[in-house]
Design a protein around this ligand. Structure first.
Ligand code: PEP
Ligand code: MG
Length: 580
């Protein structure tokens, strides 16, 4: 058994067979053959080895002709490795003696060899490990008949293990078949992580290298509460996790009972809990989890897996679907925040930027592409005739960007008026505060908008210069860092002076560790991923505001993220031991 520690990004526990995705998405369908059928399996293996070696020799010929024999030699070495009698004997004995399928035996042997090379810690030999993976893929290709598994076509439950998953791959996962996933890279608030939460799939990211140590169909456990990936669990661990899984399900059921109760502290302070959504269908999940509206509708997902921009009508259909499900409840629609780790599409010609998080992302992209921006604004305004729609601009970093955006919105309003199309001319206009410059200028921005929404996911990364998707800086990337908290405090005070509401909508708002602190700092509106809402509500209903204020006062006197996190975890554990 091996326990790997990563970053917990979506709660829950899952136990099941691994589906190891490499870049070509091959999977090992099963681990064992029928007893006694090994002669056929060995024949299959030998055929695949021969075809893979032939392919390597053909590559050798082509590459030698094109760019020279010294390069062709690389493939000659591949062919020799595949033809190595020692390799064949090792694989065949696993098939014969252990009853493994040819695919599983190949994967086991090749990965063992690659791992040995990697462990030697020499750059040259580690690079050879990559060659071995390449050979594994080649042999599997012939065994599996070029079968490339599409993630959304899974037919049996698995635990997905991958180097990385893109947000769009994650969005396509089917919860019925993907019990959980774990990735080698990634950070707490990457969009892959957020998608896992949205889908309710337990997930751990940023585990570091582990794919060499696991083969498809191996039994694994993902503990999305503690951020653990357990390979090859022993009997005691399996029993412990079966129990943990049952407890988690029970806790979730208990929370579901809170749905129709208000989010009010024991001393009567009412907190507004709203939902963050990405897809129109999630409006239902918000209501189910007891949200009193949509505090953040991320609209990038309309661009998911498409080659062409969505039309105004497509935007409108999506927004009106949400608004109609939320009669009398606010729906804050955020204009496009494409770029950086959000999918690039044909709309995003800047995906090759050297530093996309600091590049033409989000509002910057929209202000350079007015057709795109206005198309979306028209749809949002049309939806405003149907309910309590509010518009919000992301990634505002200067006053001028906000003013420009508002001017464009006013233009679009005039157009709609000329065309006789109904909309709400008084729809509230807000801005995200997620760039440090905006937080510093919050007092000025506050006089020009109707509301603020604190995007802590980005505010943290830009304040601490720590990429939200990079596991190597995950220890720096911390909502409890005093620098981040000072900026939040500044924004809350500016909003209070200008008498405008503030919602916190980054992942921090759905993490119970921070609830006492945020309330104590003066936050009265939180917008979180729907599945986090019941837990936050339970916590709010078990505290008094006096306790929250004291916590905030103490925290603001502390000077390191580590001390603050430990202190907050201890406090929150008192009220919500099951979750922490
Ligand atoms: C944020 O940055 O906190 C936020 C809510 O926006 P996103 O996660 O979509 O960047
Ligand atoms: Mg953001």
């Amino acid at each position: 058994m091996e326990i790997k520690r990563g970053i917990a990004v979506s709660p829950g526990v899952a136990i099941g067979p691994a589906l190891v995705l490499d870049t070509e998405l091959y999977r090992i369908p099963q681990r064992f053959i029928e007893p006694g059928s090994y002669p056929d399996e060995i024949t299959r293996l030998r055929t695949a080895l021969k075809l893979a070696a032939d392919e390597a020799r053909e590559n050798q010929r082509i590459v030698s002709e094109k760019i020279g024999e010294q390069y062709g030699g690389i493939f000659q070495a591949h062919a020799l490795m595949i033809e190595d009698p020692g390799l064949r004997t090792e694989i065949e004995s696993l098939i014969r003696d252990q009853g493994f399928t040819a695919e599983y035996a190949v994967s086991r042997v090749m990965r063992r060899r690659a791992k040995m090379l990697e462990s030697l810690n020499q750059a040259y030999l580690s690079a050879r490990a990559a060659d071995i993976f390449d050979l594994e893929r080649r042999i599997l290709k012939y065994l599996l008949g070029r079968r490339q598994e599409q993630l959304h076509k899974l037919k049996q439950p698995v635990i997905l293990l991958a180097h990385d998953l893109t947000p769009s791959e994650t969005a396509e996962l089917d919860k019925q078949y993907v019990l959980a996933f774990a990735t080698e890279v990634g950070g707490k608030t990457s969009h892959t992580a957020i998608m896992a939460g949205v889908l309710g799939i337990p997930a751990v990211v940023g585990v570091g290298r582990f794919l060499t140590e696991v083969s498809g169909s191996d039994q694994v456990i993902v503990d999305g509460n503690k951020g653990l990936l357990i390979l090859d669990p022993d009997v005691d661990t399996l029993e412990h996790y079966e129990e943990a899984r049952r407890t988690f399900v029970h806790f979730e059921e208990e929370l579901a009972e809170l749905r129709d109760l208000p989010a009010v502290t024991k001393d009567g302070v009412e907190i507004t809990l709203l939902g963050n959504i990405e897809f129109p269908e999630e409006a239902a999940a918000c209501l189910e989890r007891g949200a009193s509206g949509v505090g953040l509708y991320r609209t990038e997902f309309l661009y998911l897996g498409r080659k062409e921009d969505p039309t105004e009508e497509e935007h409108f259909q999506a927004y009106s679907h949400v608004v109609k499900q939320m009669p009398g409840k606010p729906v804050v629609i955020r204009t496009l925040d494409l770029g950086a780790d959000k999918f690039s599409s044909v709309t995003d010609p800047h995906s090759q930027e050297r530093n996309p998080f600091l590049g033409v992302r989000s509002i910057r992209l929209c202000l350079r592409n007015l057709k795109l921006f206005k198309t979306q604004m028209r749809a949002i305004l049309r939806a405003s005739a149907l309910g309590d729609v509010r518009i919000m601009f992301p990634m505002i970093s200067t006053l001028l960007e906000l003013r420009q955006s508002k001017m464009i919105l006013a233009d679009v309003m005039d157009d709609l008026e000329d065309e006789g199309i109904p909309f709400n001319r008084k729809l509230p206009i807000g801005t995200m505060i997620e760039v440090p410059s905006a937080a510093i200028m919050a007092d000025r921005l506050a006089t020009e908008v109707d509301f603020f929404s604190l995007g802590t996911n980005d505010l943290i990364q830009y304040t601490l210069a720590a990429d939200r998707t990079n596991e190597n800086v995950a220890s720096l990337y911390n909502a409890a860092d005093p620098a981040v908290l000072r900026l939040i405090d500044l924004v809350l005070k500016a909003a209070k002076n200008a008498n405008i509401p503030v919602t916190v909508c980054g992942e921090m708002s759905g993490d119970p560790i921070y609830t006492l602190l945020l309330l104590g700092m003066g936050v009265r509106q939180l917008s979180a991923t729907p599945h986090n809402i019941p837990e936050i509500k339970k916590l709010i209903r078990s505290i008094e505001m006096k306790e929250a204020t004291e916590v905030a006062e103490q925290v603001m006197r502390m000077d390191t993220a580590r001390n603050i996190t430990n202190f907050l975890r201890e406090k929150a554990r008192r009220f919500l031991p099951e979750a922490l």
